[in-house]
Design a protein around this ligand. Structure first.
Ligand SMILES: O=C(O)c1cccc(C(=O)CC[C@H]2O[C@@H](n3cnc4c(=O)[nH]cnc43)[C@H](O)[C@@H]2O)c1
Length: 243
């Protein structure tokens, strides 16, 4: 017998795409749709680590089937100023690719300052996006993000994406200063958000906190607690989609 979730997409049923970086993260997200399988199809996709891997996997999935929501989910580091601890949960108000720019003698120039854009467009006349922040890699989150945060007991705020894990206090402080209110960093959220934006699908990022952002101390990472928090966030997002 065919498993309901592997059947061809049913246009009458909503579908959610959940993108995680690793098989370990996916293993904690099984059976999320079991209680409401008739109403929601859930696809959990392992993209590989990093923003490019996440964007490519997301784009491929969104081209293959219709989805109402794309969720980037996984463990992440919490910025010290956020006050978040291991096992806490963060939900995105914005999803920001924070390492796009140029360093100039110790000063970071972002895409707005450089007059650059992440958006594709005709060479002759690139069309500016309605939201200029998007051109700089600051992606909007799903309009129901605040409801997801309230439902799951999460903090709501900007979540940053970087191509590498921040490894010292100075770099963490610098990122917090450039992005006031930033809660967490991860390596995939903006990749998912970018692909979803181009496909016209809303996106959301949920990060369970595994570690503080700062000097590398792998022994201090609390991965089981972070995975449990991530599941809580994804569950709340799916329930909110069905509201
Ligand atoms: O440093 C190591 O030895 C090491 C060994 C295994 C994995 C890592 C990672 O950095 C995993 C990156 C992975 O987890 C997310 N993540 C978790 N915490 C952070 C963080 O503080 N900054 C950025 N990304 C983080 C990330 O989304 C990746 O998927 C290191």
């Amino acid at each position: 017998m065919t498993h309901p979730d592997s059947a061809l997409p049913d246009p009458a049923r909503l579908a959610a795409l959940i993108v995680v970086a690793t098989p370990g993260e996916a293993a904690h997200l099984t059976d999320l749709s079991a209680p409401f399988r008739e109403r929601l199809r859930v696809q959990v996709l392992v993209s590989g680590v990093g923003p490019v891997a996440a964007a490519l996997a997301t784009q491929r999935a969104l081209l293959a089937a219709p989805y109402a929501l794309a969720i980037s989910a996984g463990i992440g580091g919490a910025y010290p100023a956020s006050g978040l601890q291991a096992g806490d949960l963060a939900v995105s108000s914005r999803i920001i690719q924070a390492d796009l720019g140029a360093w100039d003698d110790g000063q970071f120039l972002d895409f707005t300052a450089l007059g650059l854009s992440v958006l594709p467009g005709p060479l002759e006349s690139p069309e500016p996006h309605a939201d200029p922040d998007v051109q700089a890699g600051h992606f909007p989150a799903w309009e129901k993000a605040a409801q997801v945060a309230a439902r799951s007991g999460a903090r709501l705020g900007p979540l940053l994406t970087l191509g590498s894990v921040t490894g010292d206090h100075g770099a963490a402080r610098h990122l917090q200063a450039r992005h006031p209110g930033a809660l967490t960093e991860g390596m995939e959220g903006a990749g998912v958000a970018h692909a979803a934006l181009l496909a016209g699908v809303p996106s959301l990022e949920v990060r369970g906190v595994s570690n503080p952002v700062g000097p590398r101390d792998r022994a201090a990472w609390r991965i089981p607690q972070a995975l449990a928090a991530t599941r809580r966030g994804v569950e709340a997002a799916l329930l909110t989609l069905l509201d």
